[in-house]
Design a protein around this ligand. Structure first.
Ligand SMILES: Cc1ncc(COP(=O)(O)O)c(C=O)c1O
Length: 395
């Protein structure tokens, strides 16, 4: 018996990369592929104590159905941090759910949606289910190029999806002047900005650049997450939206899951309400900065000439560019055979993928394994470059 499935579900495909990367669960594989935060950064004891207090103080409310918008004290906490009215805040089941709700509320089949080049794969997947027409906005090593936004490129766009802080996959941070130019251009062209910011707190020096939201609260939907500052298993994120859109997002959320788990929201609030983030986040920054330096150092010693990479100022990723003509997807299988894994860059592009790119995640791998993995990768790339050279000369 075969069952009829929806046109939408028919578009869902398993990625070839996911299949190859399945083997990275083997302990001998040094994986720079996963995008997981470091378990060492989870405030386990503080959360355990907070959970006990939630059970002691108000157990039945913590186990009851609750408002779709989310737990009011948590919403107030977030509103204060972003200096916006609490009525604009919706708590979501991870910021990944916010991406899905935004897509549901804003995308019709064929709607133009502007995305960075490259962009977060999970957002491209969430949006794709609603059949947009992706329009890639050019980016350079500093991130999205605001001057590229013209009336022609942005015509009819439902929104522009932007990742200004330590972008997944490139680790890039959009400079202040570009943020200002982007917000001004979006206003001028009437384009709604969707700002995804799970890594904003992870600047290695602790400095902050203003969010797009702070520059134009009525023209920006902002997404935040507790995944990288507390723990991703909580599945706790939020979306800040102009009132009319907030209302629609709440309706979509109600249909999806009524509300984000009450218990989780209360435990998170109980964990952070007395200032834990102010002491905890600096420890994550220090850890990730150290890990990043270990990888940058290893790359500079082991990568062959012609391979380039960026030096992130925060976050969890380094973006690598191989010499033109090399395909990181084709090389991945050989890398995995030698027990090293990364994510090829191609799936992060909505159109015209650059096959010679790849993403390295460095926060969960111990320093000596980073050294070992980068050594193996360097040898492999040296061989690949040598093999490709005669072909390039012949072409
Ligand atoms: C850019 C970006 N947005 C959103 C998410 C989803 O995060 P969560 O649903 O855990 O809040 C991730 C996860 O890695 C991400 O990298």
């Amino acid at each position: 018996m075969t069952w009829a499935i929806s046109r939408r579900a028919q578009q869902l495909t398993s990625s070839a990369i996911r299949e190859i990367l399945k083997v990275t669960e083997r302990p001998e594989v040094i994986s720079f592929a996963g995008g997981l935060p470091s378990p060492a950064s989870f405030p386990v004891a503080a959360m355990e104590a907070a959970a006990a207090r939630v059970f002691a103080n108000d157990p039945t409310a913590a186990l009851q159905y609750a408002a779709t918008e989310g737990f009011l004290p948590l919403r107030e906490f977030i509103a204060k941090r972003h200096n916006v009215e609490v009525d604009r805040i919706l708590i979501t089941t991870g910021s990944q759910q916010a991406l899905d709700l935004i897509a549901k509320v804003l995308i019709d089949p064929g709607s133009p949606v502007l995305v960075e080049t490259p962009s977060y794969l999970g957002a491209l997947q969430a949006f794709s289910l609603f059949e947009p027409e992706f329009v890639s906005v050019p980016s350079d090593e500093k991130g999205l190029v605001p001057e590229a936004l013209t009336p022609e490129l942005t015509a009819g766009a439902r929104f522009l999806y932007a990742l200004p802080n330590f972008q997944n996959p490139t680790g890039r941070r959009l400079p202040l002047e570009r943020r200002q130019a982007l917000v001004a251009k979006a206003k001028e062209l009437g384009v709604l900005l969707v700002e995804d910011d799970p890594y904003g707190e992870l600047s290695y020096t602790g400095d902050h650049l203003p969010t797009l939201l702070s520059m134009n609260p009525d023209g920006v939907i902002y997404m935040g997450s507790f995944s990288k500052v507390l723990a991703p298993g909580l599945r706790l994120g939020y979306v800040v939206a102009p009132p009319a859109l907030h209302f629609k997002l709440c309706q979509a959320k109600q249909a999806a899951d009524l509300h984000t788990p009450t218990f989780t929201q209360r435990v998170a609030y109980e964990t952070i309400k007395d200032g834990l983030l102010d002491t905890h986040i600096p420890t994550i920054r220090a850890l990730y900065s150290k890990q990043c330096n270990v990888m940058l150092d290893a790359l500079s010693r082991h990568m062959p000439a012609g391979v380039k990479w960026n030096k992130p100022e925060g976050g969890m990723f380094i973006w690598v560019e191989l010499p033109e003509g090399l395909d990181s997807m084709a090389i991945l299988e050989q890398a995995v055979a030698r027990n090293v894994a990364y994510v090829p860059g191609a799936p992060f592009y909505a159109s015209n993928p650059r096959l010679n790119t790849l993403r390295l995640a460095f926060v969960t791998v111990p320093a000596e394994r980073i050294e070992q993995g980068v050594t193996i990768l360097g040898d492999l790339l040296r061989e690949a470059i040598a093999k490709a050279a005669p072909a390039a000369r012949a072409a």
